[in-house]
Ligand binder design. Structure first.
Ligand SMILES: Nc1ncnc2c1ncn2[C@@H]1O[C@H](COP(=O)(O)OP(=O)(O)OP(=O)(O)O)[C@@H](O)[C@H]1O
Ligand SMILES: [Mg+2]
Length: 244
């Protein structure tokens, strides 16, 4: 992997990560280094450990053994403050679209003028300009997920984790989210995203992490993993995924 993706400062890594519950191994990842320009897409069957890995990388779950590192240091609160997570089901406040964004922007002690400008930028970025005053709960599924992503982007994260953000959305809404993800990546936000959609992985990924049974079975450049996977588990998953 290091040959394919050059080392970059600020990379996110995992060393000897082990997580078990009730005597059952859930994650066993000796080494993973997400130091490329990304986006990184995580693929694998149900129960492979994709969401658990994302939660470990975000510091929501402490592994039983091993560590998550950021730029060579153990993940700390400063690193975590520069990470944001978007879930499959958007997590929003029962307030207006603008209030959802303002809630995040207010925590950054920006001057009022700057905050207003950021709000306008974010609304435009998510194509929600006309909906600032609408209740977030009345948004469509795609709009709600766009707002959830805007809330995450409002934190100006270094890393944005997304766990199957488009799995409940139609192709049009999915495309809008994919464009937001690509624009964030182009602005330098490190994207780490879980998907079951192989087409989406092909459209978005620079590199792909393939998981099965709590293990990373393959990590490589997207084209290599998708077109010439090295691991039998990757081949099985991709074959199944393409058939269904
Ligand atoms: N707190 C827990 N206690 C016991 N088992 C757990 C716990 N959390 C997750 N698991 C198990 O760990 C495995 C991996 O879960 P995870 O949610 O990471 O899978 P996933 O790859 O995200 O799957 P999906 O594609 O269905 O979202 C699953 O078998 C799950 O049941
Ligand atoms: Mg999951």
């Amino acid at each position: 992997m290091r040959d394919l993706l050059p080392d970059m400062p600020g990379g996110l890594g995992v060393r000897d990560l082990w997580l078990a519950r009730k005597g059952k191994m859930l994650l066993d990842v000796p080494e993973l280094c997400l130091d490329g320009p990304g986006p990184t897409l995580i693929l694998g069957p149900n129960g492979a450990g994709k969401s658990l890995l994302l939660r470990c990388l975000h510091g929501l779950i402490a592994p039983d053994r091993g560590r998550v590192t950021q730029g060579g240091e153990p993940l700390n609160d400063t690193h975590k403050a520069r990470q944001a997570m978007v879930f499959q089901q958007p997590v929003l406040l029962r307030r207006s679209v603008a209030a959802n964004l303002d809630f995040v922007l207010r925590r950054q002690s920006l001057p009022r003028v700057t905050r207003k400008a950021r709000m306008a930028e974010l609304l435009a970025e998510g194509g929600l300009d006309g909906k600032a005053r609408q209740s977030a709960r009345s948004l469509s599924g795609g709009e709600a997920q766009r707002l959830a992503i805007l809330r995450a982007l409002a934190l100006e994260p270094e890393t944005l984790f997304l766990d199957e953000p488009t799995s409940a959305l139609d192709p049009g809404a999915t495309q809008a989210i994919e464009q937001m993800v690509l624009r964030a990546s182009a602005r330098g936000v490190r994207i780490v995203m879980v998907t079951h959609d192989i087409g989406q992985a092909r459209r978005l990924a620079a590199d792909i992490v393939m998981m099965q049974g709590g293990h990373v079975v393959e990590h490589g450049a997207a084209k290599q993993v998708l077109d010439a996977p090295n691991s039998p588990a990757s081949r099985r998953y991709l074959a199944g995924g393409l058939v269904t």
